[in-house]
Write a protein that binds this ligand. Structure first.
Ligand code: SF4
Length: 511
């Protein structure tokens, strides 16, 4: 909702009439035909009319004895190393606030600013090393948000741009592969609002579950079936992934060339993207390795580096092959010789086979010598555990800023100037460069259960803006709504949880 502009004043027309008193709207007016035993929830655009003793459509708000109430208490998080004294928090009078704030008011269950004409539900004053600080706390309703999923695996998940489905509905797509990881982009306003009602509902459910670190089952068109969960190993076609590759085939050649030297005449590192061939590779040249006459299928990129040796799949090195010899077209009889020692290995070391060429220049599998096995094992040792990372990306540069300040652009600038720190349930948020306030946060750094949803459909996520009080005043903040942390503690139902380890304390010096 936008406020109407103040009346223009004619500066030459003599003394101006006094400005009207500023509007003091604290609660939305209920519709005239609403039953008297109901309360109107205006925490999101659904505008539920809730009967006494019942919950609204999202189960987050209810009518308790005729009053609208957020059903979960706001979540406070204790500063690392802080023991709240005395042992019973109910008896604590906030004395520690004279020093450094012992708790941080998070946005989890704090309530929203919707319809964005009202100040944020919590604007909290605290102190940090003698400096007066303010944290503006709210739950934000995000229609423009998505999740970027990083899946550490070489297995083929599906073609780039392929549709990803959840419960049969299109909820996102496969995006680019990065080094050792494959990425999905899930959710977003297109799927939330641009398709059928069911597509929107399923997208919202998927996003809420991903954000709350729960497992979700996905199917990629012309690709794999997946189970992904933040902070856990991905499951591809029913098999739990173990290792993230050490590098591409060419990188593996470079890393281990000297360790293979003298124990094999040729090494081929099989990779869906760049298969490496030691004797041709620059690393082999530096070791004065002679040519072996090997001919590899696929497209030669540069010496010892081959593209497209096979189709992508769930076999050796993210290809579709089970027998690595199929990528060898043959051997040049003028160069190759019987007895030549060949190692073929994948980029994770999960697949490896040692061969010796016979009199007909055919590769015969034989037991692997111990020195080569040690290097294969070292490839595995250098592979990090395969993991799913779930990053929430949301656009916070819109109307929720009105809950912070009367002049929203000043909040945007304050964040870009590093005067205001943005966190999501205390987790540090990366702010994308350029316009707006596009936040990105790792959901495993947030308390489990931080995300909610409303049936518009949209995602509800906590967000906090922390700055010096002086800076809050300068950006036109709602200073008349600032409350002392002691008062929040004393009067607002709350739940105290520990700080998430490794997250920086948001009240620490901002610059
Ligand atoms: S769906 Fe929206 S209006 Fe209904 S109870 Fe939830 S937040 Fe309130």
């Amino acid at each position: 909702m936008s406020e109407s502009a103040p009346p223009l004043r004619n500066l030459r027309a003599g003394p101006a009439t006094p400005d009207p008193a500023p509007a003091q709207v604290v609660k939305a007016k209920a519709p005239e035909n609403m039953a008297v035993n109901k309360v109107l929830c205006d925490a999101c655009p659904v505008l539920c009319q809730i009967s006494e003793g019942r919950l609204g459509a999202c189960d987050r708000w209810g009518n308790v004895h005729g009053k609208l109430q957020r059903m979960d208490p706001v979540v406070l998080m204790t500063r690392p190393g802080t023991v709240l004294v005395p042992a019973s928090p109910q008896e604590w009078d906030g004395q520690l606030l004279h020093q450094n704030a012992p708790v941080f008011v998070s946005g989890v269950a704090s309530g929203t600013t919707y319809p964005d004409y009202k100040p944020a539900p919590f604007i909290v004053a605290s102190r940090q090393q003698g400096v007066d600080m303010v944290t503006v706390v709210t739950e934000s309703i995000f229609s423009y948000c998505s999740f970027k999923i990083k899946i550490d695996t070489d297995r083929y998940l599906g073609p780039e741009q392929a549709t990803v489905r959840f419960a049969g509905e299109a909820v996102g797509h496969v995006t680019t592969i990065e080094y050792g990881s494959q990425f999905l982009s899930l959710g977003g306003v297109h799927h939330l609002t641009g398709g059928s009602r069911r597509e929107g509902r399923m997208t919202c459910e998927l996003m809420e579950r991903l954000g709350n670190q729960q497992p979700v089952d996905l199917v990629i068109e012309d690709g794999a079936s997946l189970r992904v969960q933040a902070g856990k190993a991905p499951v591809v076609n029913g098999v739990e992934e173990q290792r993230m590759r050490v590098g591409c085939g060419s990188a593996a050649i470079g890393i281990f060339a000297r360790q293979w030297f003298g124990h094999a005449d040729e090494v081929v590192v099989v990779d869906d993207h760049i298969t490496g061939v030691l004797s041709e590779h620059q690393a082999g040249k530096c070791l004065d390795m002679p040519p072996t006459g090997i001919r590899i299928r696929g497209r030669k990129s540069t010496p010892g580096r081959y593209f497209q040796v096979a189709k992508p799949g769930t076999g050796w090195g993210g290809t579709d092959i089970d027998d690595p010899l199929v990528i060898i077209e043959g051997w040049d009889p003028k160069v190759a010789r019987p007895g030549l020692r060949l190692l073929m290995v994948s980029t994770t070391g999960e697949h490896a086979q040692y061969y010796v060429l016979d009199e007909a220049l055919l590769a015969r599998a034989v037991p692997m010598p111990a020195p080569l096995q040690a290097v294969v094992d070292r490839i595995g040792e250098n592979c990090e555990p395969s993991l799913v990372t779930v990053l929430f990306v949301g656009g916070a540069g819109g109307s929720l800023r009105a809950g912070v300040t009367e002049n929203p652009i000043l909040l945007t600038r304050s964040i870009k100037d590093l005067l205001t720190r943005v966190t999501c349930a205390g987790a540090p948020a990366y702010i994308w460069p350029g316009g707006g306030i596009t936040v990105m946060v790792d959901v495993t750094r947030m308390p489990a259960g931080s995300f909610g949803s409303v049936p518009t459909p949209a995602i509800v996520a906590p967000i906090e803006f922390t700055m010096r009080r002086l800076d809050y005043e300068r950006l036109g903040g709602h200073t008349d709504r600032i409350r002392r942390l002691e008062d929040v503690w004393a009067t607002d139902p709350h739940r105290v949880i520990p700080w998430i380890p490794h997250n920086p304390w948001p009240l620490e010096s901002l610059r």
